[in-house]
Structures are given as C-alpha cells and as structure tokens.
Design a protein around this ligand. Structure first.
Ligand code: AMP
Length: 215
C-alpha cells in the first residue's frame, strides 16, 4: 500500500502515520524527521536546510525530492510506504509521480487530514518533545507528570524552533499557498480521500484505517 498523508502542520500526520506504520507494517517516511536528523547531525544537507526550517519556510524542492528519491530506493519500501510531509508543493507531487513511474509503482490513496486553523495553532504552540528520547507531549492535552521533564527517560523537554507562534503563522500561510493546492491536484486524479483530524487520536486512527482499507 503506497499512501500519502496530507494536512496542515499540526493536523496529526506524524502521529497517525506512525500508528499506520505499526498496523500496516510499511515505513512512515517523514521529510521533516529526515531534515531534523540531518540538521542535528550538522551534515551539509542539514546545514543547508536549517535556515529554511527555523524560519518556517519550505526547504527547496530539489533537496527534498533528492531525499525521497534515495529513500524510495531502499528495500523496506518495496511493500509500501506512508509519506508524511511530502509532497508539499505541486512540483514535488509531479516529481513523485515521475519517480514512482520509473520505479513501476503507483499511489493507492492520498488522505487529507482536516483540522480547523484555531485548533492547529493550539496544538502546535503546546507541542513539546524530549530532547533525549524524542517522546512527544502537549502542555494542555498530554502534559508530562513533572514540568519540562520527560516521563520516560527524565530528559529535558524542548519546543521545536519552528513551533513558536510567529513561525507557526508563517508555516500555516505557506501551507495555504503552496501545499493546499495538492488537495485539488490529487482530487483530479481520483486518489483523494478526506478524513476529519479532530477528536481522540484512536478515533481519528480508526476512521483512517477504514478509509485506507477501503471498507
Ligand atoms: P514537518 O515536520 O513536516 O512539519 O517539517 C518541518 C519543516 O521541514 C518544514 O517547515 C520545512 O521547513 C521542512 N520540510 C519538511 N518536509 C518538506 C517538504 N516536503 N518540502 C519542503 N520543506 C519541507
């Protein structure tokens, strides 16, 4: 099963695609995670991407397309994949189409997770992660037992540089301008399905499973 999860920043793509990965036994491919890892490791790619990411801007198309080209060549994607955060522009969607054709593969579905903007902002501003083990928290919806300390490993919790309110607004604007047109793009090809991304995580997940399994 070859899937794309579309949705604004904070729509729950990361959370839901990790759950889908476990259920479907196919890898989640998050360009955001790949870029953050490169940034942390201070690779040339990470250094190049850092300025764009910290400013809430998109990393240039050719950079992320190169990452996806390399990732889809790996054996673990042969049975399928869940793309999370890619494509984000029409140019990326076109490049993905060409790449999949070259690989003799095709998409099964593109699911758009819909969440109202006020909720996206509340979700993103409260998001925290453990800088040690990566565990995710939310100050309001799933706070740690002790302020700023990870329940799992005791590591310090940090806020993503691009989750500050000013940058969030910029990311949402860029989403509207550059990524939202993908909804119409995939609608035209008959692949688009929409799912409400609000409510408890397990309910959103159950609806997603029904959609991707075509039940
Ligand atoms: P995410 O974790 O998906 O919200 O991505 C975090 C940041 O990484 C974004 O704000 C962009 O700066 C960059 N990024 C991730 N995926 C892409 C993509 N497909 N195209 C361009 N930039 C991306």
């Amino acid at each position: 099963m070859n899937l794309i999860l579309l949705g604004a920043p904070g729509a729950g793509k990361g959370t839901q695609s990790k759950l889908l990965q476990e259920k479907l036994h196919i890898p989640q491919i998050s360009t955001g995670d790949m870029l953050r890892a490169a940034k942390q490791a201070k690779t040339p790619l990470g250094i190049q991407a850092e300025t764009f990411m910290n400013a809430g801007k998109l990393v240039p198309d050719e950079v992320v397309i190169g990452l996806i080209r390399e990732r889809l060549a790996a054996a673990d994607t042969q049975q399928g994949f869940i793309l999370d955060g890619f494509p984000r522009t029409v140019a990326q969607a076109e490049a993905l189409g060409t790449l999949l054709k070259e690989l003799g593969r095709s998409l099964n579905a593109v699911v758009n997770l819909e969440v109202p903007e006020a909720e996206l902002i509340a979700r993103l501003t409260g998001r925290r992660n453990c800088s040690n083990c990566g565990a995710g928290y939310h100050l309001q919806f799933s706070p740690p037992r002790q302020d700023s300390v990870c329940d799992r490993c005791g590591g310090p919790l940090i806020q993503r540089e691009d989750d500050r309110e000013h940058t969030i607004r910029k990311r949402l604007k860029i989403y509207q301008e550059q990524t939202a047109p993908l909804v119409a793009y995939y609608e035209k090809s008959g692949l688009l399905k929409s799912s409400l991304g609000t409510g408890p995580t397990d309910e959103v997940f159950n609806s997603l499973v029904v959609i991707v399994e075509g039940r």
